[in-house]
Design a protein around this ligand. Structure first.
Ligand code: RIB
Ligand code: CA
Length: 309
């Protein structure tokens, strides 16, 4: 099967890292670049984490730094990924340099080169994607598809009605949702059902590869940070979103009109998803409504085991 050519936009924290590792070992994706943004932690950390991770696992894929702050609002950092974003895990510092172009120029460069075949997987605030569309409007026809980990039909993890990636930069998210680029939203409705429980992580404990050991360490950190209830456990938000690029059958989606609230006093950052098609607006997004979490978790383990060979 022809590999999908993607740019992976991330704010490498713990679940981003799991998603990146699975993307690298899935062998079903041609990753043209990683682009980084402030989100879970500041850009400097998210960028260095990504560069260190890709280099530590022996892959040679460019990492381009992007925005250090949202388009309009003040940057809000989470605490649940620890100070550097990878919890208690310290990867060797890569000796490699970041790509000489920034995230926006890298997205544009690859989109032009691939002439309509570039897909984007965005598991972070959408600032880089929005900045790229603002600078190069022709990207609206050059980018084939965008998979967003973000939003929620109902609920939120930053407010009762807003999910972190959208909440950090609602204005950028709105630009992406209004771009007309084919869009899939993998939100909390399905990612919060995709959790690797404490009693499941032992499967990774005996893996021998660098990737296997690293995944176990990250999962162990994610589970342990949840023990006093202060933070969520090993919720595979980004991992699930990434996996749907190669296994769309892991989720059920519904096409609808979707957009982002950028004015509401109480609803700022809410993803409005007109699932019941009550508005007369054109459908612009496939929103994930159901998930086969068991299938995803089997795929993740089988994919990480590919590193054992
Ligand atoms: O709400 C979950 C999202 O916020 C994930 O992408 C996680 O990495 C954080 O960025
Ligand atoms: Ca993320």
């Amino acid at each position: 099967m022809k590999k999908k050519t993607i740019i992976f936009d991330c704010d490498t924290g713990t679940d981003d890292a799991i998603a990146i590792i699975s993307a690298l070992y899935s062998q079903e994706l041609d990753i043209k670049a990683f682009t980084t943004v402030s989100g879970n932690v500041h850009l400097n950390h998210t960028s260095q984490n990504t560069l260190n991770l890709v280099d530590y696992l022996g892959f040679d894929i460019k990492v381009a730094k992007g925005a250090d702050r949202p388009l309009k609002r003040k940057l809000e950092i989470t605490q649940c990924h620890g100070e550097n974003g990878l919890g208690s895990i310290e990867l060797p510092k890569s000796k490699k340099d970041f790509y000489e172009k920034d995230a926006v120029e890298t997205i544009y460069e690859e989109a032009v080169k691939l002439n309509g075949e570039l897909e984007i997987v965005a598991v972070a605030p959408l600032t880089n994607i929005a900045n790229a569309i603002l600078k190069y409007p022709e990207l609206k026809t050059l980018i084939k598809h965008i998979t967003v980990m973000g939003g929620a039909i109902q609920g939120g993890n930053m407010s009762p009605v807003a999910e972190f990636n959208i909440f950090v930069d609602p204005e950028s998210a709105r630009i992406v949702f209004e771009s007309g680029i084919p869009l899939k939203m993998v939100g909390l409705d399905v990612t919060e059902k995709t959790v690797i429980e404490k009693e499941e992580i032992h499967k990774y404990e005996n893996l021998k590869s660098k990737a296997g050991k690293l995944v176990f360490d990250i999962l162990k950190y994610m589970v342990e940070r949840n023990e006093d209830g202060s933070f969520e456990g090993a919720v595979m938000h980004d991992g699930l979103a990434l996996s749907t690029c190669v296994h769309p059958e892991f989720i059920k989606t519904q096409e609808c009109y979707a957009n982002v609230e950028t004015k509401g006093e109480f609803t700022y950052g809410h993803t409005f998803c007109d699932i019941e098609n009550r508005s007369s607006k054109d459908k612009n997004c496939n929103v994930a409504v159901e998930v086969d979490a068991k299938a995803y978790k089997k795929w993740l383990f089988d994919t990480i085991c590919k590193a054992e060979n």
